[in-house]
Every structure is written in structure tokens, then in C-alpha cells.
Design a protein around this ligand. Structure first.
Ligand code: S3P
Length: 447
């Protein structure tokens, strides 16, 4: 094989992605652009829908997850232009004006859609909503948002154990001070969104700071937001009034992470990933790769509609192992699967701890990465709250599975680039949740 072969094949329900890297060294070079940030895309649609007036969004992620958010909002009366270009217009209906939908709301695979929207729905008096999601979402914990919402006066019914489908009878909620036991932007954002309609101050404090896109965007839309970095808390003052805005969504650092790791581990590689959001609550992956001696530089740093943005240049280098845990974890939680791939090529043993949250993501990402990278020959051990990976070995191509988890599918594709022989990733279509053009970009950087 002189060139890397990348093939997609379909069965009736699934896609297989087959990757056979060139046997001689191949170059991974060029400039790539990643799709819009998933977290910011969801929030721009939601805030646009409950604001007064028009919100113009450019750079929206056209993945399955934001499509689920848009479909739910449309079913409740918002007017959103077709998601066939990344420039989208939302005609807001004003705060408290979401209508009772005539059918069950479907959040698909998206935890952000379900958890954030629950905060909005619970605070709409006299309206009844039922929400469900796909098999993965129906097995993800919802008590983390149901509990604080109930403390604010929400009425929510759920399957035993706190799983969707969920039904909500909207109420006038009371404001609250919530000390969250977990660092979760979805929990924080859910409670803050519920607080928009409650009279007074609603505060969420966390054990470590999670991504702050909601706080930034709520303030930009005109809500009174108070952030206390020392207390790791955010407050909204209700009742709030939001006004439609122009939002420019930066590229998603979680999608950029695949190319950062690819360029770091493939010999003689150099990639520039353009227009990536580098909000400090999201840049744990940069810090971790730098700790591992990766050659990474930020260029052209700027601020675009309230979010820091940069181009990221990554060149291959010999990585060394590191230990990550504690407060950095929420800053790189979604990048841990691909960080595990980087660790396979680092000298020494990398330890990832305090990351038990990975077990309740779109799949159990600790178990799945241990089993799938293990099948490829990695020395990887699963712990309750993380992974231990001894680098320096080689990977061998084989059959692996995404477990329908987008980030697993793409992490395994990056691992496959450095494996000997052919890797086939089952259920690779999962990538379209957050990165519909992933395979096209993979092909472009490999050739
Ligand atoms: C997200 C927050 C994170 C992250 C998820 C998106 C968000 O989840 O893993 O992909 O948009 O708020 P948690 O808040 O549950 O940690």
C-alpha cells in the first residue's frame, strides 16, 4: 500500500469505516477547518428561540445533535430557517412563550438537548411536555437535573431510576442556590435556564468549573449574569428578558482534538486547524498535550462574539506520559477518548483519573476505549474512574466498534492511522452526531 485507503460501506442500518494506512510513511499535512462548536450551537438555537426578535447564527454545527434541538424548538413554536447551511435564522418567540407541543419531543442522542431543555420546559406554567431520546440517551442519568429542578418546584415524572422518557408539567418556579455535587455544564445550564423565569437570584456552584458558554451567551442576550470564579458559581437574575443577537459559532475544539492527536502521533506530520474555539473552560486538551511534550502553538488569537478563537498548529513529536485528574477533567472531558489514543504513543504510563463521568456519556467511554484499543494491541487498564495506558507499543488493525458513540468512532479512526494493517470501525455513522464531514476531512488530510 503506497497510499492510505479510507472506505465507507453501508449495510441497511450501519456504516463501516475501513482504514488501511500506507505501509511506507505518509504525510499528514495541511490546513483543516472543523465544524461549529456543539455546545455553542445548542445554546444559540435555544436562546434564539426564547429571545425577542431575530437571532442570526453563522457557523452552526449541522450535526444530528443540534438538529434534535432545532426540531424540539420548532415543535414548540420557534421559527428556525432550514438547517441546510451553517447560516441559520431563528425568530424568537420571547421568554416563557414556548407552546405545548402536540407530540413527544425527541432529543435523539443529545444529552445537552434533553438536560438544558428540561430547565426551559419545567419553568413554563400550564404546559405539559413529554421528552424522550434514543436508546443511549434513555439510559443516561437525568436525576442530576431533575433533583435541582424539583427543589425549585418543578413537576417531573420519569422512569424508575430517573431515566427518560420524562413528562413535565410546567410551573412557576422558585429561585434557588444549588450546590451541584458534580462539575457539569449541562446541570449548571439547566438550572440557570430554569432560573430565567423565577423571580430573584438562581445560583449554581460547582466543585470545579465546567464550560461557561451558557453564562457568556446569556449575558450577551441581555440577561443579568453574575459569575464568581472563586466560588465556582454562576447566577442569573429573573425574570430575565432576552433579545435576539448575532452569534458566530467558532470551530469545536472537541472536533479539532482528533486532528491535534493525529498530527502529534503520525511521524513527520503538521496540521493547522483553523478557527477553533479556545475558551479556557475547554482547553484542557491543549494543556494535556503540552504536558505530554506535543508541539502545539496557537496563532491568530482573537475574540469572536464573546468567545476566544485561534488557529492551532500541531507538529509530530515524541510524546511522554502524563497524569491527569482533578480540576482539569471537566476542561477536557469529551477529549479523553482521543487523549487515550495519544497515550498509546507516549513514553511511559499515562494515568487518567477522576473521570468517572465518562461512564455515563453516550457510551461507557472508559470500558469502550479499554476494550477497543485493547483489541488493537494497546496496553490499557480500566479503573473505576479512569484509564491507565502504557505507551511505546504498536497497534494492529482489527475489527472495532463505536458502540454508536461519535467520539469513540472518531478516536478509533485516529488510532487506525497508526496501526499496522486494516482497521474496520463498525457503526461509524455515529460520527455525524458532532462531525458529519469527519471522513471527508480524514481523506483530505491523508492524501
Ligand atoms: C456539554 C457538557 C458536557 C459535555 C457534553 C456537552 C454541554 O457534559 O460532555 O458533550 O454542551 O453543556 P456535562 O455537562 O454532563 O459534563
Amino acid at each position: 500500500m503506497t497510499t492510505t485507503t479510507i472506505t465507507l460501506s453501508n449495510t441497511e442500518s450501519h456504516q463501516f469505516l475501513t482504514i488501511q494506512p500506507a505501509s511506507s510513511a505518509f504525510s499528514l499535512r495541511g490546513r483543516v477547518r472543523v465544524p461549529g462548536d456543539k455546545s455553542i450551537s445548542h445554546r444559540s438555537l435555544m436562546l434564539g428561540a426564547i429571545a425577542t426578535g431575530t437571532t442570526e447564527i453563522s457557523g452552526l454545527l449541522l450535526g444530528e445533535d443540534p438538529r434534535s434541538t432545532a426540531a424540539c424548538l420548532t415543535a414548540m413554536g420557534a421559527t428556525i430557517s432550514p438547517l441546510n447551511s451553517d447560516h441559520v435564522t431563528v425568530q424568537g418567540i420571547g421568554i416563557g412563550a414556548l407552546q405545548e407541543p402536540k407530540a413527544v419531543l425527541d432529543a435523539g442522542n443529545s444529552g445537552t438537548t434533553m438536560r438544558l431543555m428540561l430547565g426551559l420546559l419545567a419553568s413554563h406554567p400550564d404546559r405539559f411536555f413529554t421528552m424522550t431520546g434514543d436508546e443511549s440517551l434513555r439510559s443516561r442519568p437525568m436525576l442530576r437535573v431533575i433533583n435541582p429542578l424539583q427543589a425549585m418546584g418543578a413537576q417531573i415524572w420519569h422512569r424508575s431510576g430517573g431515566y427518560a422518557p420524562l413528562s413535565i408539567q410546567g410551573q412557576l418556579l422558585k429561585p434557588m442556590h444549588y450546590q451541584s455535587p458534580i462539575a457539569s455544564a449541562q446541570v449548571k445550564s439547566c438550572v440557570l435556564l430554569a432560573g430565567l423565569m423565577a423571580e430573584g437570584r438562581t445560583t449554581v456552584a460547582e466543585p470545579a468549573r465546567s464550560r461557561d458558554h451558557s453564562e457568556r451567551m446569556l449575558a450577551a442576550f441581555g440577561a443579568e449574569v453574575i459569575v464568581d470564579p472563586e466560588a465556582k458559581s454562576a447566577t442569573v437574575v429573573g425574570p430575565a428578558r432576552l433579545t435576539g443577537q448575532t452569534v458566530v459559532v467558532p470551530g469545536d475544539i472537541s472536533s479539532a482534538a482528533f486532528w491535534m492527536v493525529a498530527a502529534a502521533i503520525v511521524p513527520d506530520a503538521e496540521l493547522v486547524i483553523e478557527n477553533v474555539g479556545v475558551n479556557p473552560t475547554r482547553t484542557g486538551i491543549l494543556a494535556a498535550l503540552q504536558m505530554m511534550d506535543a508541539d502545539i502553538t496557537l496563532e491568530n488569537e482573537r475574540v469572536v462574539t464573546g468567545e476566544p478563537v485561534a488557529d492551532i498548529r500541531v507538529k509530530s513529536s515524541q510524546l511522554k506520559a502524563c497524569t491527569i485528574g482533578g480540576e482539569i477533567i471537566p476542561r477536557l472531558i469529551d477529549e479523553i477518548p482521543v487523549l487515550a489514543v495519544a497515550a498509546v504513543f507516549a513514553e511511559g504510563t499515562t494515568v487518567i483519573k477522576d473521570a468517572a463521568e465518562l461512564r455515563v456519556k453516550e457510551s461507557d467511554r472508559i470500558a469502550v476505549m479499554a476494550s477497543e484499543l485493547g483489541k488493537m494491541g494497546a496496553t490499557i487498564t480500566e479503573h473505576t474512574d479512569g484509564l491507565e495506558i502504557t505507551g511505546g507499543g504498536t497497534l494492529t488493525g482489527t475489527e472495532v466498534d463505536s458502540y454508536t458513540d461519535h467520539r469513540i468512532a472518531m478516536s478509533l479512526a485516529i488510532a487506525a492511522l497508526t496501526a499496522k494493517g486494516t482497521t474496520t470501525i463498525h457503526r461509524a455513522e455515529a460520527a455525524s452526531i458532532s462531525y458529519p464531514s469527519f471522513v471527508a476531512t480524514l481523506r483530505s488530510v491523508c492524501h
